[in-house]
Structures are given as C-alpha cells and as structure tokens.
Ligand binder design. Structure first.
Ligand code: F6R
Ligand code: MG
Ligand code: MG
Length: 404
C-alpha cells in the first residue's frame, strides 16, 4: 500500500500573510531531498498557497505515521527559524505545541492523507487553499461525487453509477457520520451546507471500495478551544478509471463559490482558482485562493506537478470572483460579507458588549425622553435599563489570538 500525505503549515508570511518567502521553500525542499535520500519518503514535492507551505509526500508508512509527521514538524521548525531570522510575519504561527509527540493531531499543522493500492496509472489532484477553512471543500466535493450536472460519470460510467459514501465530521461535537449517496443526499446536504461546523472528511467509491478523496479537517479554532484562525485547508482527490475524471474533479471551481475566511478570517468571499504564480492573496487579504497540482503516481514517484488552474478556461471564474469580491466588499462591516457573530474569528464584540452593557433597556414601548436623547443614556424605570443583559449572540471566548 502507498500513502499520499499533504502536511501543511503557516510558519510565517512574506509580506504580512500573503506568501511564503523563497528561502523557506528552499529549506523545505532540501529537507525533502534528504528524506528521499534516507528512504523515509518515496517522493516529495514542496508547494505553497498564500502563506502556507505544503509538503506533498509519498511513503509506505500509512496515515498518521509518527516518522512522517515528525519529519514535517521538523521541517516547519526549520522554516520557522528562517522566518524569525528574516523578521517575517507570524513566524511559527501554526506550531501550537512546544514539542512533538506521536503525530500532528492537535498540534497545529493540517494534513490530508490517503492510503491506497496504486492502480497502473494513478492520477491525483492535490488542492491547496489559503484564507479559508476546511468546509470550503464541501461544495466542490458534493459536486464532484454527487452532482450529475457536474460529473457526467455518475450517470454514464457503470463504476460510478452506484455512488459514493461521504464521511462527514461534526467539528463542534467531535462526531462523524457516513452518508451513502445518492440515497442519503438530501440528509447530507442539510449538514454539509453548514460548512463552518460539518466538514466532509473523506469520500469512498462504493463500487471500487477505495478512498477517492480526503481533506484536512483539523480546525485550529477547535484545537485551541477558542477562535485562533482559519486553517487554510488541503485536499487530495484521486481521478479516472471509475473515479471522476480530472476534468470533473476541476469543474466545480469554474464557479468561485463563497467561503468563510479572507480578511481576519472573518468575511465571506469568493474562492478564486489560480495558477501557482498567482496564489498570493493581497487585496483585503484575499480573495481566498485555491491551486490544483496534478500528479501521476508511478512506483511511489510523483510525476508532476501540472498546474491545473493555469488554464484560460478558468479565466471566467477568476473574473466572476473579482466581481463577487467587489460586490461583497461594498457591504463593508455588514453581513453577509462579515461573518455572523458566532463565526467571527477576530472580534472586539465581547469587550464592546461589556462596556455598554448598562446602556441597554427593555423594549417598553415608551419613546425616548428629551433627557435621554440629550444625554445619550436610557434612564427607564427602576429595574429597567442599567444592568440589563446584552441582546447579542454569545460569541464565546473569542480572542484575536492568532492570525490565519
Ligand atoms: C486571515 C489572515 C489575515 C490576518 C490579518 C490581520 O486568515 O491571516 O487576514 O487576520 O492580516 O493579521 P494580524 O492580526 O496579525 O495583524
Ligand atoms: Mg499567516
Ligand atoms: Mg494561510
């Protein structure tokens, strides 16, 4: 069996949160070369999207392997040191723990891993995104594996006609469920349509009994027990021969759907599919970007990548993303551009709410008095006004702890 792992982390941004410094990428590439020479890895490729470094690796150790995860952890420590030396922004920001223990679960870096028996020809697409969250993959995964208007093979290919099983995580209650599609399609959409909470973790072919896709579903906010940032997800999708064709895998991104992320991880904005050279969110720390790296895997070797969105056929999606960004930006601090209060990652809301708590009064039906209007304070009757609770949603222990 072969394992394909993408392990990623933001260990410092150049400039601000927009990109990775070339010295950090060189360091990671040298480390991957050494790991190949020592036969820890069969192959490896270093890529970036925005301020996140992704290590795309093949090996024989299976998912959650201590050896592979500790290697990635060491690489991210090394790139953090470079970020520190260069004074780059947010050096080491995704390394939430002081020491490595066992695997990367709960330590900050994100990862997507698939173990499979390679087919004679094994096409895979590795998606890397920046300035958004793992639930951003819900809509494209639904389209790829469950929507016949996207994926003709669901109707035409006998190996796909039986459908796919989706594994969905509830990130808030740490539970998981399997939806057998198409039978469970409407039930599933009820949940995955709320991508801040319900995230598709993997997809399996019913006919081939093989994992077809996997995502990184570690939400940093939940790891730390409070809002600490968007975790800029990655995704692996295997293609062809009874799985969706490469063109069906890419097709959902012809529509730049709205995702949560962008500036301060706190805004809805379109996910723009770009070539790797354009994967640097700068306008309003966005729009969020996605790149698609295509590989053929042969005897563990990653033949590629092909930069799959470097295709004029995605120009219209990029143009629509710019139009959607203009439209949403004009809402400024108003929803639906700004996320609803419960999803806000950075917020001064609790402090503001506490400061003005005693200025709220019950709605009694009385009109404001002249005194109230001139002083700006509600006087009300005894028991009204001062000290009444604030009619806002509970945003929990939201702190601007960590940028995304
Ligand atoms: C979003 C992101 C950025 C930062 C923003 C503020 O995921 O990474 O939008 O949130 O640039 O960053 P700080 O608070 O570090 O100044
Ligand atoms: Mg960053
Ligand atoms: Mg990032």
């Amino acid at each position: 069996m072969l394992t394909l792992s993408i392990i990623k982390a933001d260990t410092g941004g150049f400039v601000g949160h927009s990109a990775v410094h070339p010295d950090m990428l060189s360091e990671a590439r040298s480390a991957v070369d050494r790991a190949k020479a020592s036969e820890l890895l069969l192959d490896g490729h270093v890529a970036s999207c925005g301020d996140d470094i992704s290590l795309i690796m093949t090996h024989g150790y299976g998912p959650d392997a201590s050896l592979v995860h500790s290697f990635a952890w060491d690489v991210f420590q090394a790139t953090t040191r470079i970020a520190q030396n260069l004074g780059l922004y947010g050096a080491g920001q995704d390394l939430l723990s002081d020491a490595f223990s066992g695997n990367l679960r709960g330590m900050g870096p994100g990862y997507a891993e698939v173990e499979f028996e390679p087919r004679p020809s094994e096409p895979v697409v590795c998606f890397l995104a920046d300035k958004t969250e793992p639930g951003a993959w819900n809509l494209p995964l639904y389209k790829i594996f469950a929507d016949p208007f996207n994926t003709a093979g669901l109707v035409i290919d006998a190996k796909m006609h039986a459908g796919f099983v989706f594994e969905v995580y509830d990130l808030f209650e740490e539970k998981r469920i399997l939806f057998d599609c198409p039978a469970d399609l409407y039930d599933m959409l009820m949940f995955v349509g709320a991508p801040a909470r319900y995230v598709i973790h993997s997809v399996r072919s019913k006919t081939l009994d093989e994992t077809a896709a996997a995502t990184s579903t570690q939400r940093l906010s939940l790891i730390a027990g409070k809002y600490v940032g968007k975790d800029d997800p990655v995704m692996i999708v295997r293609a062809q021969s009874g799985l969706p064709a490469v063109g069906e895998v890419l097709e959902p991104f012809a529509f730049p759907h709205a995702v949560a992320g962008c500036m301060r991880g706190s805004h809805h904005a379109p996910l723009m599919p770009v070539a790797t050279g354009d994967a640097h969110p700068s306008r309003f720390d966005g729009p969020p970007r996605v790149v698609a790296l295509g590989f053929q895997i042969k005897d563990g070797r990653l033949v590629g990548p092909r930069d799959m969105f470097a295709d004029p056929a995605f120009d219209e999606s990029r143009r629509q993303a710019n139009l959607a960004m203009d439209y949403l930006r004009r809402h400024g601090p108003f929803e639906p551009h700004r996320l609803p209060l419960e999803d806000l990652e950075y917020t001064t809301m609790p402090a503001v709410a506490a400061r003005i708590a005693d200025r709220w009064a019950p709605l009694t039906g009385t009109v404001a008095t002249q005194e109230e209007l001139s002083t700006g304070r509600v006087t009300g009757q005894p028991g009204e006004g001062a000290g009444t609770s604030v009619p806002t949603q509970d945003v929990g222990d939201a702190q601007p702890v960590r940028p995304g």
